[in-house]
Design a protein around this ligand. Structure first.
Ligand SMILES: [Zn+2]
Length: 348
């Protein structure tokens, strides 16, 4: 690990995405089309990345990211760069066992033509000496965002994706990324598959990496399909309980989770004792900006189950669909809340 993540207690970060500027893509929308083309688009994406970085820095975020400014969607943008996937042949499938989406089809063996995000990561690396985190989709979530007309077997396809992700991750590490995060919202849905092959595929994706690795498991962006789904989950969300024991045993260094405003019983964190935990202390499905004291209260709760040197204050999920000013306010609240608890820890 480079720089100061090891020295700063409670280093803050975000789960990944931040809202895009209005001149780059229509705001508050997933899969929002780009408003620029060709070279202007390339330049616009880089400008947006710099703005996203600046907003994190002004808010005092310790581990920064690209805010996912160069991608349209956290899964499909990666898949667009692969052989074997046809974006013309779209099928409507139920993703995360929850909502229908029109997705591309796997029509042949999948492989990576060239690096997907390495240039963007190298660009971010040049802009800052702070530790940087880069998000990639996880193998199971990729499988779950496609129609597979070739392998016709989720595990087999996930295994192929894991090998491709490993190639990409090694190049990101070489470009100076400090933490590589795999987004696996599907881990909150398909428990048997997670335990049978999902975690094994994730371990294949991180094979040979020397940088730190994280897995992000959440209840999704604040879109209607997700908020409706949450209403069906009852008074206690115990999904994490199904996958934590095996994740605790895995080689993944950091687990990124949803905590604030969620019905996840916080004591489930005990099941991953020993791991570093990115604790979601900011609700991304709600436009109300948390107070620093609310953030601090969530972190204090988490501290009962996570050792202070392993706790990373974070957001519940990405903030792409939020209004920009609200996202900025939430970043400030995260920093201020972490500062309160840091002070308390220093006085013990
Ligand atoms: Zn998420």
């Amino acid at each position: 690990m480079t720089k100061n993540t090891n020295q700063t207690l409670l280093p803050t970060s975000t789960a990944g995405s931040l809202p895009k500027p209005v001149w780059l893509a229509e705001p508050q929308k997933l899969w929002s089309p780009w408003k620029l083309q060709a070279e202007q688009l390339t330049e616009g994406k880089q400008d947006a990345l710099c703005l996203a970085l600046q907003e994190q820095q002004q808010a005092g975020i310790d581990i920064v990211s690209d805010g996912e400014q160069t991608r349209q969607h956290f899964v499909t943008t990666f898949i667009e760069h692969l052989n074997g996937v046809d974006f013309e042949q779209r099928k409507t499938v139920k993703i995360r066992d929850r909502y229908e989406a029109s997705v591309p089809s796997v029509i042949g063996p999948v492989s990576r033509q060239k690096s997907v995000f390495v240039e963007d990561a190298a660009f971010l690396r040049k802009q800052t000496n702070q530790p940087i985190k880069w998000a990639l989709p996880g193998p199971m979530t990729m499988v779950d965002t496609l129609y597979d007309a070739h392998y016709k077997n989720r595990e087999k396809l996930a295994w192929e994706f894991a090998k491709i992700l490993n190639e990409e991750a090694k190049e990101l590490e070489a470009a100076g990324v400090d933490i590589i995060q795999f987004d696996e919202p599907a881990f909150n849905v398909f428990f048997d598959e997670v335990n049978e092959w999902g975690i094994a595929c994730l371990e294949r994706a991180i094979e040979g990496l020397k940088c730190e690795t994280a897995v992000h498991i959440c209840y999704g962006y604040g879109i209607k399909a997700n908020t409706d789904w949450k209403k069906t989950l009852g008074n206690e969300w115990r999904q994490y309980e199904e996958v934590f024991p095996k994740l605790q045993q895995s080689n993944i260094d950091i687990i990124s989770l949803e905590c604030h405003n969620s019905l996840v019983p916080i004591e489930l964190l005990e099941l991953i004792r020993g791991k570093k935990v990115m604790v979601g202390a900011i609700d991304v499905a709600n436009e109300t900006i948390e107070t620093p004291e609310e953030v601090a209260a969530t972190l204090r709760e988490a501290l009962k189950y996570v050792d202070a040197d392993k706790l990373y204050p974070c957001t519940n999920c990405g903030m792409a669909p939020l209004d920009r000013a609200i996202a900025r306010g939430k970043l400030n609240a995260l920093s201020a809340g972490a500062a309160i608890v840091r002070k308390e820890l220093a006085n013990i």
